[in-house]
Design a protein around this ligand. Sequence first.
Ligand SMILES: CC(C)(COP(=O)(O)OP(=O)(O)OC[C@H]1O[C@@H](n2cnc3c(N)ncnc32)[C@H](O)[C@@H]1OP(=O)(O)O)[C@@H](O)C(=O)NCCC(=O)NCCS
Length: 349
Amino acid sequence: MIENIETDRLVLREITEDDAEEMYKNWASDDEVSKYVRWSTHKNVEETKEYIKAEQERCKNQCCYNWGIVLKENQELIGAIGAFPSEDNIYELGYNIAKKHWNKGITTEALKRVLKYLINNKGMYRFRCSHAVLNPASGAVMRKAGFKYSHDDSAEKFDKSRCFDIKVYYLDIDKVKLVRPTEEHKKEIIEYKEEHFNNGETRIHACSKLDKMDNYDEWLNLLERNSKKDTVQSNWTVTTQFLGVREKDNKIVGMVNIRHELTTDFLKNYAGHIGYGIRPTERKKGYMTQMLAQSLKYCKNELNLEKVMLGCYKENVASRKTIVNAGGVLEREYQADDGKIVQIYWIEL
Ligand SMILES: CC(C)(COP(=O)(O)OP(=O)(O)OC[C@H]1O[C@@H](n2cnc3c(N)ncnc32)[C@H](O)[C@@H]1OP(=O)(O)O)[C@@H](O)C(=O)NCCC(=O)NCCS
């Protein structure tokens, strides 16, 4: 069954036959909505019911996703958004919203959230979207979600009643994978370190003391020692160090440091299970969101953790948002010795 996902204003959830009347009334019976898409206006609620059944079957058999868009404020079902496999590992996204809710940013909110879910929870990285040339508002939604225009084409209604011109957009996400540091990474890691210092940063997050060490081989030895219970330093916690490596060019974009247990006061009251950082030139590209999602999978599947703690300064908006995006729930906040507010979050795995 499809997972529910949420945004500030919306819940995205499965559409069932029980929704047929609301769907029919709100958008499936509206010629204005169907004018620009491939399905034709439904003639009655029975047709909507059949449509929902067919969509449910399709989602079961073909790895498709189809969510109903529900307004949190009154639980009204106001539209649908879906993703289905298209050419060459590309997922095609489509959406419909009841006319009375046009121009409120709802589709953009839903589309951005669905993309985040498909990238971080389902490992999808290539997407396609298209809109009727006569419906430019839909193109604006796509561009706001990061899609780039590719070419013009034409599409036919599913019932072949007519053809219309469309504009086709694509979104290619750069995939970042977590890998353990090795001898091969030496040159690049030295550059990674220098980039932080050149940017005026005196500390490199989640680097297992790389910022304080000059000898790369010693650093690798330290990582190896601290990655095992039998050899970990007496004052340290068993830790797995990862690099975030961008697949297309093998560039190291960030680091993640996973502590297997919360054994010290510092970890329990601030740092938590996962530390992370992105190099200055690669921030704000969604990489940490990807890397945190993969780190959570590692914590669940390899370390058998049921929940993880993450901490950050409240003023570190980027870090706070990254944690909340990954499902972090605020447990407590307090003022640290430096006067700053520390926030402690937990994520259920
Ligand atoms: C915190 C950090 C790891 C985030 O990495 P990132 O790859 O830039 O994060 P993402 O691009 O995945 O963005 C995650 C969210 O933060 C938001 N964000 C990123 N940078 C931001 C900024 N400077 N100001 C406000 N929001 C920001 C993004 O918009 C996104 O939120 P959204 O999806 O709701 O739009 C990165 O800024 C960093 O390395 N900072 C220095 C080290 C650090 O603070 N580590 C964490 C210590 S607790």
